[in-house]
Design a protein around this ligand. Structure first.
Ligand SMILES: NC(=O)c1ccc[n+]([C@@H]2O[C@H](COP(=O)([O-])OP(=O)(O)OC[C@H]3O[C@@H](n4cnc5c(N)ncnc54)[C@H](OP(=O)(O)O)[C@@H]3O)[C@@H](O)[C@H]2O)c1
Length: 351
C-alpha cells in the first residue's frame, strides 16, 4: 500500500464536505489532514455529522489559517474544495499560497463551479467576477470517463446535473448516430441545494411534490455544452429543464434527441464501447433506478430508440458521483492511485 496522502477538505461542514469526510475515512491511502471550516473551527466534526462519529472520533474542524501548519513540510496533499462557487477560487488561492510556503506537493479538486471553465470570460458570463483568474490555467475540467490522463495538476469537477448530462451526451454525440440537438430533463434531490434552507428545499414544499425550475436557463447548461464539445469536437445545442424531486439525494436525467431509424443495438454498442473500461458506469437493460446508485459512485445508464428519436436515461448520486465521489476519483488519478480506490462501496439501496 502507498504511504498515506494527507487530505484536506475546505467547506467541510456542507453536504458535499461531509461526503468528502465519509469517503476519505474509507479510503486506503487518503488520511484526513484537515476538515476546514470558517464557521465551526474548533467544534467536533461529529457534532455537525453525527453519522460520521465512528469514523472521525474526536477530530475537530480547523480554521483556514491552521491546516497547513499541521502537515509535515514537503508532504503529499490532496486538497478538496466544497466551498460555494464565487468563494472557492479565492479560498483556493490562499490555500495554495499556504501549501507553497510549506513546500507541500499538492493537487486540488474543486467541487464548485469556479474552475470548470477554461476561459475566464465564459465563467464570468454565467457566474460573475472570477475570484482567482490567474489560477484558471492550472485547472482543467471534465469527467474522468471522458478525459485522458491528467492534463493539469488541478481539476474543476463538473456539477451534479452536468455530470449526469455529460454521461449521456458525450457517447451519444461521439457515436455520430444522432445530431447535436439534445433535450434534457433532470430531477434532483434536495441535498443538491446545499445545507442552507431555502424555500425550494423546505421539507413541506419538497415532500410529495415535483416541480420544474429555471426551465431552459439553468447555469449548468453552458458547462455541459462546452465540456461535451471538448470531449467530442461537436458543440451540442442543449435544452435543459431541471426539476426538484421529493427525495434527499440522487439525480435522474433523461436526454432525448430526434433521430431517424437508429437501431437500438447500435446505440447499446456505442454506450457499451464508450464505457467498457469505466469501473463506475454500467449500461443496463431497460431503465436505471435511483435506489441502485444513491450514496455510491455508480452511474447506471439505459438507452432506447424509436423510428424518430433516441433517449438515454442516467442515474447518479448528486453528492457522490456528481461531487465528492467524482472528485475523489479524479484525485486518485492525479495521485497515481487506482481510480477506484476508496470508491467501490455499493449503494445501500434502501435509504
Ligand atoms: N450539493 C450538491 O449536490 C452538489 C453537487 C455538485 C457540486 N456541488 C458544489 O459543491 C459545493 C458545496 O456544495 P454543498 O451543497 O455542500 O453546499 P453547502 O451545504 O452550502 O456547504 C458549503 C460550505 O462552504 C462553506 N461556505 C459557505 N459560504 C461560504 C463563503 N462565503 N465562503 C467560504 N466558505 C463558505 C460553509 O462551510 P464553513 O462555514 O464551515 O466553512 C458551508 O458549509 C458548492 O460549490 C456546490 O455548487 C454541490
Amino acid at each position: 500500500m502507498s504511504a498515506a496522502i494527507q487530505s484536506v477538505v475546505l467547506g467541510a461542514t456542507g453536504y458535499v464536505g461531509g461526503e468528502f469526510l465519509r469517503l476519505i475515512a474509507a479510503h486506503p491511502t487518503f488520511e484526513l489532514g484537515g476538515a476546514v471550516s470558517e464557521s465551526r473551527a474548533g467544534d467536533a466534526v461529529a457534532a455537525v455529522f453525527p453519522h460520521l462519529a465512528t469514523a472521525v472520533g474526536e477530530t475537530a474542524f480547523v480554521g483556514h489559517d491552521e491546516w497547513a501548519g499541521r502537515i509535515d513540510r514537503g508532504s503529499r496533499v490532496a486538497l478538496f474544495s466544497a466551498a460555494p462557487h464565487g468563494a472557492s477560487a479565492a479560498i483556493l488561492r490562499s490555500a495554495l499560497e499556504r501549501a507553497s510556503a510549506r513546500d507541500l506537493d499538492i493537487h486540488v479538486v474543486d467541487a464548485s463551479a469556479d474552475f470548470r471553465y477554461a476561459k475566464q470570460a465564459d465563467y464570468e458570463a454565467v457566474y460573475g467576477e472570477h475570484g482567482a483568474p490567474e489560477l484558471i490555467e492550472h485547472f482543467s475540467s471534465g469527467l474522468p470517463e471522458h478525459v485522458d490522463g491528467t492534463p493539469t495538476a488541478h481539476v474543476g469537477h463538473p456539477g451534479c446535473f452536468a455530470s449526469a448530462m455529460l454521461l449521456a451526451a458525450v457517447p451519444l454525440i461521439a457515436s455520430g448516430l444522432t445530431g447535436g440537438e439534445l433535450f434534457a430533463t433532470g430531477i434532483t434531490g434536495s441535498t443538491g441545494s446545499g445545507r442552507s434552507p431555502q424555500p425550494g428545499t423546505h421539507h413541506p414544499e419538497r415532500h410529495s411534490n415535483l416541480y420544474a425550475y429555471k426551465p431552459l436557463s439553468h447555469r449548468h447548461a453552458p458547462e455541459v455544452r462546452l465540456l461535451t464539445g471538448q470531449a467530442t469536437g461537436t458543440l451540442p445545442r442543449l435544452h435543459f429543464v431541471p426539476h426538484s424531486g421529493p427525495f434527499a439525494r440522487g439525480i435522474h436525467m433523461t436526454v432525448q434527441t430526434p433521430a431517424e431509424g437508429v437501431p437500438v443495438q447500435a446505440l447499446k454498442t456505442a454506450f457499451h464501447d464508450a464505457y467498457a473500461d469505466c469501473a463506475f458506469v454500467e449500461l443496463v437493460n431497460g431503465t436505471p433506478r435511483l435506489k441502485d446508485v444513491v450514496a455510491s459512485n455508480a452511474c447506471r445508464i439505459g438507452v432506447a430508440a424509436s423510428d424518430e428519436a433516441v433517449v438515454v436515461t442516467v442515474v447518479i448520486d448528486n453528492l457522490v458521483k456528481g461531487a465528492a465521489g467524482g472528485a475523489v476519483q479524479w484525485m486518485n488519478r492525479l495521485c497515481g492511485l487506482p481510480e477506484t480506490a476508496g470508491l467501490l462501496a455499493p449503494a445501500p439501496a434502501w435509504t
